[in-house]
Ligand binder design. Structure first.
Ligand code: ADP
Ligand code: ASP
Ligand code: MG
Length: 815
């Protein structure tokens, strides 16, 4: 014999019930089948809502009742041929009338007892099972209906009654052992007490009904047909990448369901466990998929972590106090009082100092637990030995589950560091002695992020999702987006990085898409976006709370740089080509670096110096490997290099500067480049990254510009002064040429001091042949003493800057 259970969605309407029939026919092939059904999807909730409304004397219960009636009547009409409809319809209407009478009763007295509630709610399964059995009969199946209230006997703990297995097992054996029909359809969830009252087995209890029957008759298999293709590695509605677990042990399945995997009602395993009846979870809507097989043995080679589950609406109660230390019996009293108050304890932790005990319970039991505990310890509280119980709400439990976890070291380390990196605060931790489960209590609003990051860590073959929040879509930003778009597939396949741009903003508009923006048409979308605002941008990033979030700043804007702190404090990494933060005062630079360390969020700005050239990264690697930077010499300005490479006795200085500006190599105000401020910032950043505490006003800047040019107030005046001082510039050139040198604007750092300025570079110097807008950096270190480490190449331009930002993002991906 096989027992097949069909859940609420599987029997939600006539089309689904037709699918159920096909499955039953296919599965019956010779074996007798017991079909356990839930109420039509959503009906149990509606019945409870109607009951509550009636008890609150809210007339709207009638509307709900009406919709329940319509659903059942329509289902009958859709399934049963007109010729045999009247009998079924009149039965259904009679039942609905009795239901109406019960609800009216509740309405009149303005109250509902647990007993009446169970009676009302049982109509869901009673009606669905009757209709389905009549449909099967009409379809010529050899089928009979049986009311489980005559088989399953319970106590009168209404809402979640306890089964009397002795009598239930014998009832089931007697009935199913003698029934001559091939198919018996029964209602799940409902049972009755010894005095004949209807009881129910707890929400989701139809699974349990099926397991009770399967256990009693020693069925060959218990099949749970539902709306997903098995028990998944995590709740598939929250974790898109979750997948069905092909095989799992009873203990693992029990643990996962206890910790929230709703697909199986937790007590379901117990009745089939001793007889080792396999449970097969299958999808009514994809019956060919293999589903999940729950059975005894597990595969010793299986992954250590089999699934991740979670329970929402958790509260933590902590009992603390100096009076607890060393006194035996406190925990005994605590758990006794909790058990007497019928409170289900989900998680327990006790610090080894015995100074506090902490228990996790569901939120709806908090008030009861609080008063029970405070009453029990009234004396100790009044004498100050124990504090009144402390309650924290809005929490959730997440649990890693797997039989093979015990033989693997370091899993909890991986779990907590994954959560830590994503700024998920852990309130309490518990690990069962069986080591089949490690659970952590976290804030409710972190659940989705925590599940997804843990899933990524333990199940996704190291594919890591990076979520980018990009501000600035000008030259560099636009190139960056197009590079990401082009490399997406490569990154996923080769580097196992799934890079998604979740938000974009320019100074006017901003857009968000939690699933990732379409980078083929971001321009159009951005135009339709909401009004840009840096604070709301941050708020939205925080609210989305996605794992591996990275804020990418492609601007040169000071206001944007001021927001870095907010991101870092929320463990959101930063990648930026904006130099403002890293060249601001040393205290601010240090503060951001410290936040980055404290919150485990990288703060990378490789493109601040030499665009895409790996200058800062090389510097960091040198230092990390124990080297020391003694001297830096560098040509760091693409624009100044362009100017001095083209300026000679035929090409006057002012014309070359104009040309550089026209070709986009200078800032709109070329004085910023020519005065050396930009180069000062760059050498400042290199000195700081080399480990020196230094501020911009400590950098010596011998300007090659005449004082008069420096003092000009407008671009026009600036050019005028360049023209007027032609001879000054010509002299600079002539002097260098007569020494066989070329002019280069050099930044230097040595003995803790930095300076920038124009230098005459002799032929044998590495700077002499520097072309176009290239940059070059020489690092003299303890290891590179005579011959410096040289990095040279294109140091400006949107494409190379964008690829430098890209490289920083990949560094974070591999972090
Ligand atoms: P039924 O009505 O068939 O009993 P349920 O709604 O009780 O179905 O359970 C199935 C649902 O359980 C799925 O639709 C899914 O949303 C949820 N669920 C939560 N965790 C898991 C998990 N780990 N694996 C599969 N489903 C899960
Ligand atoms: N109908 C009941 C519920 O919704 C039992 C079940 O479907 O398993 O809780
Ligand atoms: Mg269910």
């Amino acid at each position: 014999m096989k027992v097949l259970k069909f859940g609420g969605t599987s029997v939600a309407n006539q089309d689904n019930i037709k699918k159920v029939k096909q499955i039953v026919v296919r599965e019956s092939g010779g074996a007798k089948i017991i079909v356990v059904v839930s109420a039509l999807g959503g009906v149990t909730d509606l019945l409870l809502e109607a009951a509550n409304k009636a008890a609150n004397q809210d007339e709207n219960y009638k509307e709900i009742l009406f919709s329940i009636e319509q659903r059942h009547i329509n289902t009958v009409k859709g399934l049963i041929p007109v010729t045999s409809q009247s009998k079924v319809l009149s039965y259904v209407k009679r039942e609905l009338n009795s239901l109406e009478t019960l609800l009216e009763g509740a309405f009149l007295i303005g109250e509902i007892t647990p007993r009446l509630s169970d009676k009302i709610v049982s109509y869901g399964e009673l009606l669905s099972s009757y209709i389905i059995s009549e449909f099967f009969i009409a379809e010529q199946l050899d089928c009979i209906y049986k009311d489980t209230r005559t088989l399953i006997k319970t106590n009168e703990h209404f809402g979640k009654a306890l089964v009397d297995f002795k009598i239930t097992n014998s009832n089931c054996e007697n009935y199913f052992g003698t029934v001559s029909y091939n198919i018996v359809v029964v209602p799940g969830f409902v049972a009755s007490s010894h005095t004949g009252n209807s009881t129910t087995l707890g929400r989701g209890g139809s699974d349990y009904t099926a397991a009770i029957i399967a256990g009693a008759i020693n069925a060959q298999v218990l099949e749970i047909w539902t709306d997903v293709s098995g028990m998944y590695t995590a709740n598939p509605t929250l974790v898109k990448q979750a997948f069905a677990i092909p095989k799992i042990s009873y203990e693992e399945a029990m643990e996962l369901s206890h910790f929230g995997a709703k697909v199986l009602y937790p007590p379901t395993i117990q009745p089939v466990l001793s007889r080792q009846i396999p449970i097969h979870i299958k999808n009514t809507f994809a019956p060919d998929q293999s589903g999940t097989l729950i059975q005894k043995s597990t595969d010793a080679k299986a992954r250590p972590v089999r699934g991740i589950s979670h329970i929402e609406n958790i509260a933590l109660l902590s009992l603390e106090g100096s009076g607890m230390v060393g006194i035996s019996g406190i925990s005994k009293r605590l758990f006794e009082v909790i058990s007497l108050a019928r409170i289900n304890v989900i998680l327990i932790t006790q610090a080894s100092s015995e100074h506090s005990i902490c228990i996790g319970i569901t939120k709806d039991q908090t008030a009861r637990a609080e008063s029970a505990i405070n009453d029990e310890f009234e004396y100790e509280i009044s004498t100050g030995k124990i504090e009144p119980v402390i309650i924290e709400e809005n929490l959730a439990i997440i649990a890693l589950v797997g039989d093979n976890m015990k033989s693997h070291q370091g899993l909890s380390g991986r779990m907590f560091s994954t959560l830590g990196k994503n700024n998920v605060n852990i309130r309490a931790i518990a690990q069962g002695a069986s080591e089949r489960n490690i659970s952590a209590v976290i804030n409710s609003n972190d659940v989705k992020k925590a599940l997804n990051s843990l899933h990524e860590e333990f199940f996704e073959e190291n594919i890591k999702q990076l979520n980018l929040f990009v501000v600035g879509v000008g030259n560099v930003g636009a190139r960056f987006l197009s590079q990401i778009n082009q490399q997406k597939k490569y990154l996923k396949e080769k580097l196992k990085l799934n890079v998604r741009v979740v938000a974009l903003s320019n100074s006017r508009k901003m857009i968000f898409n939690e699933g990732g923006l379409n980078l083929n048409k971001w321009e159009e979308e951005l135009q339709k976006g909401e009004e840009a605002n840096l604070q709301s941008f941050f708020n939205k990033v925080k609210q989305l709370n996605l794992r591996n979030s990275i804020f990418v700043d492609n601007t040169a804007n000071e206001e944007v740089a001021k927001t870095y702190e907010l991101y870092l404090k929320n463990s959101i990494s930063i990648v930026t080509c904006n130099k403002i933060a890293s060249s601001s005062d040393y205290d601010n630079y240090l503060h951001l670096k410290n936040l980055s360390r404290e919150y485990n969020a990288p703060f990378l700005f490789e493109t601040n110096v030499g665009a895409g050239l790996p200058i800062i990264d090389t510097l960091k690697n040198l230092i990390a490997s124990g080297d020391k930077i003694n001297k830096i010499q560098a040509v760091l300005s693409g624009s100044l290099n362009f100017v001095f490479n083209n300026f000679n006795d035929k090409n006057p200085f002012d014309k070359v500067v104009k040309q550089a500006q026209d070709e986009g190599y200078t800032e709109p105000d070329p004085k910023i480049d020519l005065s050396g401020v930009d180069v000062m910032r760059k050498i400042l950043i290199l000195a700081r990254e080399s480990g020196y505490e230094i501020d911009i006003d400590e950098i010596e800047n011998e300007s090659f510009l005449p004082q008069e040019s420096l003092e000009t107030k407008s671009v026009e005046d600036f050019y005028k002064s360049l023209t007027e001082n032609k001879s000054h510039f010509d002299n600079l050139y002539k002097e260098a040429a007569s020494n066989d040198c070329r002019l280069k604007y050099v930044a230097q750092f040595e003995n803790g001091k930095a300076k920038v300025g124009l230098q005459q570079i002799p032929k044998d110097h590495p700077f002499y042949n520097l072309e176009g807008k290239d940059n070059i950096v020489l690092f003299y270190t303890d290891r590179y003493t005579d011959q410096p480490l040289i990095i040279k190449g294109a140091g400006a331009g949107a494409d190379v800057t964008a690829s430098g930002i890209f490289a920083d993002i990949i560094r974070i991906g591999n972090f």
